[in-house]
Design a protein around this ligand. Sequence first.
Ligand code: SAM
Ligand code: SF4
Length: 304
Amino acid sequence: MDPFSFQWHLSDRCNLRCRHCYQEDHSAARERDASFWIELLEHIRLGLAKGEGLSINLTGGEPLLLEGLPLLLEALDHCPDVQELQIITNGTLIEGPVFESLGRCRKLTAVKISVEAGQAELNDAVRGAGMFRRVEENLEHFRKLKRPLVAMVTLGAHNLHGLDSCWPWVCEQGLDGLLLERFVPLGAGRHLAPGPIDEAAWQSALRRLAQSAGLDLDPRELEWVRAVWIKRAADGGIEFCAAACELGGGSMALMPDGSVYACRRLPRVLGRMPETSFVGIRKGLMSFSPIKGGCRALDEAIRR
Ligand SMILES: C[S@@+](CC[C@H](N)C(=O)[O-])C[C@H]1O[C@@H](n2cnc3c(N)ncnc32)[C@H](O)[C@@H]1O
Ligand code: SF4
């Protein structure tokens, strides 16, 4: 049985103010402590089917700012239902006990580090001056964690022309892969010109990226693809892992105050845990279905 997967937005708090960010608020207003996170974990476990596990992406805001993260990682490490654990970070914070706790977490299978291109100018236009260099410098510390490191790129019209720089940078830095997702104009990102890319540009970007990694894919194979993760194996082999839209019940975005969206980019609250049962939340998740060859969140964001 596939594990139930979710993105856990532990806090809105962040040390950066990226221009594309789907958050408007980067404060600690909704932040709760580790005891609340552990209560939510137990609450979710109660609603799992027999034999069903969990696959969790920890994110935020910036998760490496959170003093309580070591406690949560320890709880997740010891939780028998947690099968897979990954973290998404801006890669700017590498000092202190929070960063060190990543190295102790046995279940952590990937560290995803966000950049907007494989070149400073385009990245820093979104993430702030000097951030690309800082991430490059910090990679030395991330490598010491001895976990797969993956660059995470969010593609919009603002960085489309930087796409070709991404894969060469991943290889040059010796990273283990590249994840490509699509920009949806929400929160601070609503003001970012020139906006999102359309479906045709997305499809052509997927093909271009595959080609730059040495893969020749039939365009028909990509029509349903909403995100892609290109993995580099130690022997130089390349694996192209495509993901479909996650709407339909197998996934959710859990927000800092316990409220749940079907997708982080589709900000409609389906309930709030622990007041709403996880079983009730799952019924709500099942009422969302993906649209064919498009992105429902992007469509709604553009119409808003
Ligand atoms: C919100 S961040 C949180 C984790 C961390 N602060 C970081 O930047 O990686 C998670 C991912 O969402 C992406 N993201 C931010 N705003 C977005 C938007 N408007 N549309 C799509 N993805 C977005 C970020 O680039 C990042 O890769
Ligand atoms: S994208 Fe990540 S690093 Fe940038 S402002 Fe949003 S939460 Fe912070």
